[in-house]
Design a protein around this ligand. Structure first.
Ligand code: SF4
Length: 332
């Protein structure tokens, strides 16, 4: 039986806007097993990155707060840890690859120093040994001359190389859980394929659990075994990847899948989801997707649907339409 690595229970994250608190992540629950790749998808502003930053406790306390929930890594609640305890598990148990390598690496520090600093923070080893380990992880991420790269500044490397360095840094302390927030968005397709292959290799070698945050459904189809779809800070659908692509239940997921270009389809224009993600401060009553949904019924504007599991036991969906269909099927 698969071993649970991460369990997120009822996570709620809020931001201060003017003098009120608005909810960006609303009672989100999910788990990741050791060695599993879980995809987290949705449009910009749906709460994916805020979820990941909440897991790492990286949000600024000045304008944000985690007001409810638990984040258990190997059974320990990250949200209850103090700064010292958090620093101990960051890098070692849980690590993150950020969206923009150029913005995340320190431009004034050589690559070697940045990786070695992370290794020394989490391991009781000598500097020379840390340098050797840094060169080893750079080799692992496919950098041909690690010694040259260690002596380089970020601006001397290409975008693809910087992203590999970010992955190397995240992997340098051999974390059990890797959070990859749009790890290939800034890269061209060839480098993207190499980076994804590399992450898959790392997962196989180290049995690393990976949370893959992306808006690219192609990446999800290729990499993940399970997918969560988020909308307006809520999980609206969750299913094994093949099941989700074969029979998406939520109209939002259906819209996302329909808007992916299909080779040779002959379509002149791609279908799109009308409207945009609602403002956190003025959420519609009832289903948050109702203003954009072509199936919206009266009940959708009044009552927020619950996230319910279908008869398969693995496919969850938050939609009145699905609830009605399930009820009809039960009554037949
Ligand atoms: Fe559309 Fe209603 Fe389902 Fe929301 S609950 S997605 S509005 S059908």
């Amino acid at each position: 039986m698969a071993e649970k690595l991460l369990e997120v229970k009822n996570l709620r994250t809020e931001f201060k806007r003017d003098k009120t608190w608005v909810t960006a992540v609303n009672h989100v629950s999910f788990s990741i097993d050791k060695g599993e790749i879980l995809g987290l998808v949705g449009e910009s502003g749906c709460g994916k990155s805020v979820t990941s930053l909440s897991l790492m406790k990286l949000l600024s306390p000045i304008n944000s707060r985690i007001s409810d929930g638990e984040v258990l890594i190997n059974g320990k609640d990250i949200l209850k840890m103090d700064k010292k305890e958090i620093r101990k598990i960051r890098g070692h148990e849980i690590s993150m690859i950020f969206q923009e390598p150029m913005n995340s690496l320190n431009p004034c520090m050589k690559i070697g120093k940045q990786i070695v600093e992370a290794i020394l923070l989490h391991n009781d080893i000598k500097k020379e040994e840390a340098y050797e380990r840094a060169a080893e992880v750079l080799r692992l991420v496919g950098i041909p001359e690690p010694d040259v790269t260690l002596k380089s500044y970020p601006h001397q490397l290409s975008g693809g190389m910087c992203q590999r360095v970010m992955i190397a840094m995240a992997m340098s302390c051999e974390p059990e859980l890797l959070i990859a927030d749009e790890p290939t968005t800034a890269l061209d397709v060839t480098i993207q394929a190499q980076i994804l292959e590399l992450m898959e290799e790392i997962r196989e070698k180290k049995n690393t659990g990976i949370l893959m945050i992306t808006h690219d459904l192609g990446v999800v189809a290729e990499m993940c075994s399970r997918v969560i779809v988020m909308y307006a800070g809520r999980i609206v659908e969750e299913a094994p990847v093949q099941e989700l692509f074969a029979s998406p239940k939520h109209p939002y997921t259906q819209g996302l899948i329909a808007s992916v270009p299909k080779l040779g389809s002959g379509e002149e224009s791609l279908p799109s989801i009308p409207g945009s993600v609602p403002d956190l401060a003025v959420m519609p009553q009832g289903c948050k997707f109702a203003p954009r949904c072509k199936y919206a019924m009266e009940i959708c504007h009044e009552q927020e649907p619950e996230l319910l599991t279908d008869e398969s036991g693995v496919h969850k969906c938050r939609c009145h339409l699905m609830n009605q269909k399930e009820q009809e099927a039960q009554n037949v």
